[in-house]
Each structure stands twice: as structure tokens, then as C-alpha cells.
Ligand binder design. Structure first.
Ligand code: SF4
Length: 377
């Protein structure tokens, strides 16, 4: 219905054209991006095409993560591993280490697996279609569309959170999310132009990130305000609507910070499958909704020792639950240390380990003076 209204006024094409003209001037400079043709200045810049490796890497990093957070990680990755072959040849531990702090660690495991597949089975070249891309580890429909459009200029419709908001507003889709997705995607497809679909996808993302912001869209500066149904109706700020969120449950558990008297601390590697899979941890219990009971928690300690509880709790919020961890510390002699499963790491080198954020918090709580990285975390 809304799509029809936008189409009826002959505004469908003009949205694409006006948005591309705006993008030619206002495109954000991002480390993984090639400037639009009109912004390309120097000889090296001119005629440059997006590098599929950089587009893929940035899109995987940007899943659930902001542009500001991704920037330094992206630069670090491309300076260590400038192409897909070098990433494929890197030890997985090194990749996980470089990823530590970005969260959603299955992305890092899939990133490495994908690099190996592209290097081994595709001669180091990413497939240039959505179907071919979706067959690779860690590349779902959204990421495949984004890479196909941005790196290969395929006519693919890319709908991320920013684009979802822009489309819901352009078409005044009042159905609450997530149900609205069924209306938003076909509406977005009607906007994707034949010419420069990659730039169009990035223009939509930029519009959502800089002008059509969630709380207070700057409609007076918007290149597509003429033809935006939410703007016409005066309901832009209220869209997209959202179904009320379910409350996050709280889970609880404990971490055991064990020293061996030689300045080393016990770490363990988590199983590949599941939350924080493949990452290092300060040995921890299962995380359940049961109240904290020290006696029960201590049954899961890695060795028998004089465990002392550190006052307070470590708190961390994951997408689906909130976590509270009790922290226990102990020191054991050489004989008992041998019984512990895991790896002993010098305490002053904890900073350099691929510890996820929640585990850094646990280590910092247990030993606030252990290393500069942990201070204030
Ligand atoms: S006019 Fe306003 S609500 Fe509509 S797309 Fe532009 S910024 Fe968003």
C-alpha cells in the first residue's frame, strides 16, 4: 500500500537518483570504502573499485557492532593480513586474539573458516553472486547481498538496521517490527536502481546513519524528504514501531582465578560450539538462573584449594541474558597446579590473551593490578 503510494507519485526512481546525487557529495569516508566516482581525487584513487576482501571483512565485523568500534579492528586486521590468502594462512589462535573484544566470537571462527575456503577452493577470489557468497561460512543473506552489491555492483537489496528505518519511514510502514520486515524488504526492493546498486546500498546506510537517525531525523536536510510518506504524515520519529521487548533473564555463575605461585594464572579454552566458543576463559561454572550459592558453585572449581570470594559481582550483558559472576581466587603449589586442566599464562601477559570482554572483567575483578588493559574494565 505504502509502496504504491510512493510509486504513484512517480517518486520511486527519483528517490534513487536523488540519493545517489547526495551520496556523491556526502558519502562517509570509511577505512574499507572506496569513494564514489565524483569524490575520487588523486590518480591512485581514480577508478578504484571496492576490494571484496575488505568489504567482506568490514561487513562481518559490522554485524551487531558500531562503525566507531570496528574502525581500529579493521585497520589492525588489514595491516596484519592484507588479503584473504594471508588471513587463511594465519593460525586461528592469532585471529581469535586479534578479534578479542569485538564480541560474537563465532564470527571470528567463521571468518577464518571462510578465508580458508576462499583461498583453497576459489583461488583467493570471492564469488561475485549472492548465491555463491551464501555458500561460504558465516555469510548469511544480508552479508551476501551487501558484498554482492558493494564489491561487485550486483543489483542486490541490502537491508540492515539503518536501511530498515529509512524504508519504514519512506513508505510509512506502521506495522511494528519484527513483523514489519515482511513489508520493508519488498518495499526496499522497489527502490534498488539498476545503475550503481552498490553505491545506492551504501547511500541508504549513510542516510540512516547520518540524517534519518533513530530519535530525531533531520528531515529538513534530507535529500528524499519529498516523497517520504512518514515526513508528509508527521510521524517520522515514531517509525519504525517495535513490539515490546521481552525482559532479559539474569543468569549467574562463578569464575575461578587460580595462581600457581610462579606468577601464572590458569586459563581454559571453551568448546568450539556455543557462546564464546573457542575463546579463552577464566575457568567458569555453567551459567544458570539459580541464585548464587557459594557451596554449589565451588563444586565446579578446577582444583581443590582455599578459595576466597572477592566481594561484589561481575556484571555483563549478552544479547539474550544478563550475567552475574561471583569471583573466587586461590593460589596452589606445584603438585596441585599440575592437576588443573588448561594453560598457565604469566599474569602480566593476560592483556595479550584472546579473552572475551566478560572474562577480562572477571580477571580485572580478581586481580585489579594484574595488567594495564584490565584497569577500569
Ligand atoms: S524525510 Fe526524514 S524520515 Fe523521511 S527519509 Fe528523510 S530523514 Fe528519514
Amino acid at each position: 500500500m505504502a509502496a504504491k503510494a510512493a510509486k504513484k507519485g512517480g517518486k520511486r526512481e527519483s528517490v534513487g537518483e536523488r540519493l545517489l546525487a547526495w551520496y556523491d557529495v556526502h558519502a562517509r569516508d570509511l577505512p574499507w570504502r572506496v569513494r564514489p566516482p565524483k569524490k575520487q581525487k588523486g590518480a591512485r584513487d581514480r577508478g578504484a573499485r571496492a576490494d571484496p576482501y575488505r568489504v567482506w571483512l568490514s561487513e562481518i565485523m559490522l554485524q551487531q557492532t558500531t562503525v566507531a568500534t570496528v574502525g581500529p579492528y579493521f585497520r589492525d586486521f588489514v595491516s596484519r593480513w592484507p588479503d584473504v590468502e594471508s588471513l587463511a594462512a594465519a593460525p586461528r589462535d592469532k585471529v581469535m586474539e586479534a578479534w578479542a573484544g569485538l564480541g560474537y566470537y563465532s564470527r571470528a571462527r567463521n571468518l577464518h573458516a571462510c578465508a580458508i575456503r576462499v583461498a583453497d577452493e576459489h583461488d583467493g577470489r570471492f564469488p561475485d553472486t549472492e548465491e555463491g557468497l551464501k555458500a561460504l561460512p558465516g555469510i548469511g543473506p544480508y552479508t551476501a547481498a551487501a558484498i554482492a552489491a558493494i564489491a561487485f555492483d550486483r543489483k542486490a537489496t541490502v537491508v540492515d538496521g539503518n536501511v530498515e528505518r529509512v524504508v519504514a519511514r519512506l513508505f510509512a510502514i506502521e506495522t511494528p517490527l519484527p513483523d514489519a520486515k515482511k513489508e520493508i524488504r519488498p518495499a526496499a526492493e522497489t527502490l534498488t536502481p539498476d545503475e550503481r546498486p552498490g553505491d545506492f546500498a551504501q547511500a541508504m546506510m549513510d542516510l540512516g546513519a547520518t540524517i534519518c537517525s533513530p530519535k530525531s531525523p533531520s528531515c529538513n536536510r534530507c535529500p528524499v524528504s519529498q516523497g517520504c510518506l512518514a515526513f508528509e504524515k508527521g510521524i517520522a520519529e515514531t517509525l519504525p514501531r517495535r513490539a515490546p521487548k521481552k525482559a532479559r533473564p539474569t543468569r549467574r555463575g562463578a569464575c575461578f582465578y587460580l595462581r600457581n605461585g610462579k606468577g601464572e594464572v590458569l586459563l581454559r579454552r571453551r568448546p568450539d560450539k556455543g557462546l564464546l566458543g573457542g575463546m579463552l576463559e577464566v575457568p567458569t561454572t555453567e551459567w544458570t538462573q539459580a541464585e548464587i550459592d557459594e557451596d554449589v558453585l565451588l563444586e565446579a572449581a578446577p582444583v581443590t584449594a582455599k578459595w576466597a570470594r572477592v566481594p561484589g559481582l561481575v556484571e555483563h550483558t549478552f544479547t539474550h541474558f544478563h550475567l552475574q559472576l561471583a569471583i573466587f581466587v586461590a593460589e596452589v603449589g606445584a603438585r596441585e597446579a599440575k592437576k588443573a586442566e588448561g594453560l598457565w599464562v604469566p599474569e602480566e601477559e593476560l592483556d595479550a590473551q584472546a579473552l572475551p570482554t566478560v572474562m577480562k572483567k572477571a580477571a580485572a575483578h580478581a586481580a585489579p593490578d594484574a595488567g594495564p588493559l584490565f584497569k577500569g574494565k
